[in-house]
Ligand binder design. Structure first.
Ligand code: AMP
Length: 327
């Protein structure tokens, strides 16, 4: 049986408004629309945090933060897991490395931008692990932000190539991005994606709203968001190429349930965005605080999810091995 949807979040920093609007909320919507919500598989991609020099203590803390947050956004009926606890993910990754080519991995954006002779080899191979994460669960849909397009394309290519060479074992999934806020931009540098530690922007973390930021911090960051010098009566309008900052604020406003109707100044726009973001984050933060007070519950949810993952992925891995002539 194919899974309905699958998506993972990397525990490399505190999750952002971009993660929430681009992925976590669409993941919850997929769960709510599923015939059987337990067929939605969502996880903490801790193995993907190892592609750059990392601190093990920090990784453990961040993994726990993301695990708790997946529950806090309402994914309590999905199957939740920590990737490293389901060894089939890394077992399938090697087998898919035998299907992927060095040419296609050399074209992956992360490696092209960040790869150096001293980089970890996993910075080169991780897209195959990502393909394994997806294909192992045979999802119909992969709800992710727009920045994941190249990764999902690779997973689709590898599945198609594997099936053509060895038989129809893998399901070729569809990527699903939300209609608004599929790529939330950094508030200080609206030409760069809002990344967890501001690493995608040149401006540090001032332009990054974290899901766990309190109302005062959110207000300050949005008040300082970069706009432009346009003072025309129609200055509050979307235009990605000439007004990236204003366009980003408008997208966030709409994705958080607000409306720009009647808003004529950047000050009023920022006030409306602040109210909408604070109202969106408040219930998540409240539930997060409750869950941190009940760690045994979080542990139990993940233990059950990981047991189910091991059960449903074993036959997929076995089918891949058999098709390849192993065993
Ligand atoms: P990551 O934090 O890279 O593991 O991303 C987890 C999920 O959040 C993926 O589906 C990303 O596509 C999505 N995501 C990350 N940053 C953004 C952003 N700035 N805007 C929209 N979606 C994002």
């Amino acid at each position: 049986m194919p899974a309905t949807s699958l998506s993972l979040v990397k525990p490399t920093g505190s999750p952002t408004l971009g993660n929430l609007l681009g992925a976590l909320r669409p993941m919850a919507a997929a769960q709510d629309a599923a015939d059987d919500p337990a067929d939605c598989f969502y996880g903490v991609a801790d193995l993907h945090a190892l592609t750059v020099p990392h601190d093990p203590t920090e990784l453990r803390l961040r993994s726990r933060e993301v695990a708790t947050l997946l529950l806090a956004v309402g994914l309590d009926r999905s199957t939740l897991f920590v990737q490293s606890r389901v060894p089939a993910h890394r077992e399938l990754a090697y087998l898919l490395e035998c299907v992927a080519t060095t040419g296609e991995l050399s074209r992956m954006i992360q490696f092209k931008e960040k790869g150096r002779p001293g980089s970890r080899a996993s910075l080169y191979t991780y897209p195959v692990l990502m393909a394994a994460d997806i294909l192992l669960h045979r999802p119909v849909r992969v709800p992710v932000g727009d920045d994941q397009r190249q990764h999902v394309e690779l997973a689709r290519d590898l599945a198609t190539r594997f099936n053509a060479a060895y038989g129809p074992v893998l399901v070729v999934p569809e990527m699903a991005t939300p209609p608004a806020a599929a790529r939330v931009m950094d508030l200080q540098d609206p030409t760069a994606k809002m990344g967890k530690s501001g690493t995608d922007a040149r401006s540090g973390t001032a332009g990054v709203v974290h899901v766990l930021d309190g109302p005062d911090v959110v207000r300050r960051k949005i008040a300082r968001a970069v706009t432009d010098g346009d003072t025309a009566p129609d200055a509050v309008r979307a235009d990605r190429s000439t007004k990236p900052g204003v366009t980003n604020l408008l997208e966030v406003l709409v994705a958080c349930g607000g409306s720009a109707d009647g808003i004529a100044t950047y000050g009023a726009l920022k006030a409306a965005v602040t109210d909408a973001v604070v109202a969106t984050l408040e219930p998540v933060q409240r539930r997060y605080a409750e869950l941190t007070g009940d760690p045994a519950h979080v542990d139990a949810v993940y233990a059950a999810g990981e047991a189910r993952c091991r059960e449903v992925t074993a036959p997929v891995l076995a089918a891949v091995e058999s098709a390849l002539g192993l065993g």
